[in-house]
Write a protein that binds this ligand. Structure first.
Ligand code: SF4
Ligand code: SF4
Length: 382
């Protein structure tokens, strides 16, 4: 039996349009009753990467969260909204993020609760390929179900972020940097993302692809009007469909490739039934996606070849000191701690940099860009 992914048109963030699209999506999948029982508590794991306004398209749009929360509450469920944003995981940062991203207003209008649990817990993950045990944010423990309510964006390291990558936010605070440090290779990191998703086991996934992000995502890109809402019981299959909207396939996105290798999804989406709109109507003819920023040279090559290839091909972070406000977020969140502040401006030891680009992802001022050597650009177009 094929896995269903609902794809509904939604041209703008007008509440009646968003509600119509989400209602149709849920109905395509069998209604809320297929997933939840009245009286249960549902955790809406939204994408709150940082304290940005909804129109900056870095975070899940509050109207999508609001409509979903209203539907669940009307059905008789209790709703908690939360995420562990990039950087330190504490209450003062969380409150600022909730305020800026519009989640505070969603909670006020719907009666949902904003998560304030910042503890962590350990969980065995025997089916994980890389992560046999997980450290997860305790916020998840408060609920009977997790729903991944994600945003469709490009991503400098993983190329795209959707429902699966959204659950990396279930790893508490700065521990995310440790995961990057331990798994600098994009395929290892992709396996870890799948492991985390398998450990969290979201019951349902809903994607805000009304306006996504193209270019230097997940935080420095530009808004891209797509006009769609997606939903599925499977975050993996939903991401497969979302990749097509961006003009990508599993061969372009390491995380999707690993889903196919691990037999979670079939190559060419032959195991997916798309309900609602035909996929062609939302596929973007031009969607600017970043070239790969993490080049894997294979451990079988001699060290000198890997070193030479690294120098020629590997991208690097560039710091625009004129835009920098000296907040130290990049320094604090650099997994291998290779950034030092000199005169309140970051300087990185690029020999020790693992090219995770957490610094560029988390910089609130877009003061860090990714330089890609011309040779690498050329190769990635072949
Ligand atoms: S580069 Fe960005 S993150 Fe780093 S200190 Fe400057 S403003 Fe903060
Ligand atoms: S300098 Fe930036 S890209 Fe390099 S390891 Fe640190 S956070 Fe990652």
């Amino acid at each position: 039996m094929k896995t269903r992914v609902s794809l509904q048109a939604c041209k703008s963030y007008e509440k009646n349009l968003v509600k119509e699209a989400i209602d149709k999506s849920l109905s395509d999948l069998g209604g809320l009753e297929r997933f939840f029982q009245p009286g249960e508590t549902i955790f809406l794991k939204v994408n709150l990467l940082m304290a940005r306004k909804p129109e900056e398209v870095t975070t899940t749009h509050p109207l999508v969260v609001e409509v979903l929360a209203e539907a669940l509450i009307a059905y008789g469920c209790t709703v908690i909204i939360g995420d562990s944003p990039g950087g330190p995981f504490n209450l003062s940062i969380l409150k600022r993020v909730y305020r800026e991203t519009g989640m505070e207003g969603v909670a006020r209008r719907t009666g949902a609760t904003l998560n304030e649990e910042i503890g962590r817990f350990e969980q065995k993950n025997p089916d994980g390929h890389i992560l046999k045990s997980l450290t997860l944010a305790k916020m998840l423990k408060q609920a009977d179900h997790v729903v991944s309510v994600c945003k469709l964006k490009t991503h400098g390291m993983t190329k795209m972020t959707g429902a699966t990558k959204n659950l990396f936010g279930c790893v508490p605070g700065a521990l995310k940097a440790e995961y990057h440090f331990k798994m600098p290779d994009v395929y290892d990191f992709s396996d870890a993302l799948i492991d985390i998703c398998q450990g969290v086991k979201p019951t349902l996934s809903v994607m805000d692809a009304i306006v996504g992000m193209e270019g230097e995502g997940p935080s420095s890109g530009t808004p891209k009007a797509i006009g769609a809402v997606l939903a599925s019981a499977s975050p993996y299959h939903m991401d497969m469909v979302a990749s097509r909207i961006m003009g990508l396939t599993e061969n372009d996105v390491p995380m999707l490739k690993r889903m196919v290798d691990r037999k979670i999804c079939a190559e060419g989406m032959t195991d997916i039934e798309i309900l609602g709109e035909p996929l062609e109507t939302v596929v973007q003819e031009e969607f600017e996606v970043p070239e790969i920023t993490n080049v894997s040279f294979g451990r079988d090559y001699p060290k000198w070849i890997r070193k030479a290839a690294f120098a020629l091909l590997q991208p690097k972070p560039i710091y625009h000191h004129e835009l920098c406000i000296g907040c130290r977020i990049c320094e604090i969140n650099c997994p291998p701690k290779v950034i030092t502040m000199v005169n309140h401006r970051p300087v990185a030891d690029l020999d020790a940099c693992i090219r995770c680009f957490c610094c560029a992802e988390l910089c609130p001022e877009k003061a860090i860009s990714v330089y890609r050597p011309p040779l690498m650009k050329l190769i990635s177009k072949l």
